[in-house]
Design a protein around this ligand. Structure first.
Ligand code: ARG
Length: 246
């Protein structure tokens, strides 16, 4: 190949520092959903979801950085390009699939009702006329909407699930409907406060997925590959046992 003219060579800028092969992915999470994601005393974001994504990222050879992101508006951050990926105990639903893409499921969940120990509630139907706390726009919100109607004044919506549970403690709502893992975790950690959990046969299986911007097939493929690897080599089971072993 011909050598470039001398003038051009001397004009050449110094070489840029080598960029990492893959840029850091910004991962959004509503870190108020223990044991899936929460902030510890040092303001670090920790939890089952976090460990799973870190493990997937390692297998996929990508860097990740977690950013606490309010649930309300969390899905918009994908389209806006503020977040590359969301992990937030997000249930894969047909409605959500219209506006974002999901990885393969990484966790199975269900709704669960929290009430005070002296409550008479025994099934979902019993919540028909009661005040129920939910986190806005969650699958728990959807379940209660179906029961009471979308505009029911008895649905009390909160921006986080811990706030809804605080309100249950304060007596402002008669029940809270949220994901089983979170309700179990809360009731366990607040055994002094007298809560009880109520299952319902009509609660459907839900599956959590990692959400990416619609059309980002490349990232979905990478995540799925990483997920498959951590399931095959036992990493997933190890993380699972750490958070959900009885
Ligand atoms: N799984 C439920 C949903 O997708 C609740 C998720 C809430 N997650 C959170 N980090 N606050 O609607």
């Amino acid at each position: 190949p011909a050598t470039p003219p001398a003038a051009q060579q001397s004009d050449a800028k110094p070489a840029e520092p080598a960029k990492p092969a893959v840029k850091e992915l910004v991962v959004g999470t509503d870190a108020a959903y223990a044991p899936f994601e929460s902030e510890n005393e040092n303001k670090e974001i920790v939890g089952f979801d976090i460990d799973v994504v870190k493990a997937i990222a390692e297998k996929a050879g990508v860097q990740v950085k977690f950013v606490n992101t309010p649930w309300e508006g969390i899905f918009k951050t994908l389209d806006q390009g503020d977040r590359d990926l969301l992990v937030s105990a997000i249930t894969i639903t047909d409605e959500r699939k219209q506006s974002m893409d999901f990885s393969e499921p990484y966790f199975e969940a269900k709704q669960l009702i929290a009430v005070s120990s002296n409550s008479k509630v025994q099934k979902l139907e019993d919540l028909k006329k009661l005040k129920v706390g939910v986190q806005t726009g969650t699958t728990g919100d959807e379940v209660v909407q179906k029961l009471q109607g979308k505009t029911s004044p008895n649905i009390k919506r909160f921006e986080s699930t811990p706030l809804a549970l605080k309100e249950l403690e304060a007596g402002g709502v008669d029940a809270v409907v949220a994901d089983n893992g979170v309700v179990i975790n809360y009731v366990k950690n607040n055994s002094d406060k007298g809560f009880r959990m109520v299952e319902d046969a009509t609660f459907a299986k839900e599956f959590y997925g990692l959400a990416v911007k619609k059309g980002n097939a490349e990232l979905v493929a990478k995540l799925n590959e990483g997920l498959k690897k951590i399931k095959e080599d036992g990493t997933y089971d190890k993380i699972y046992a750490q958070y959900f072993a009885e």
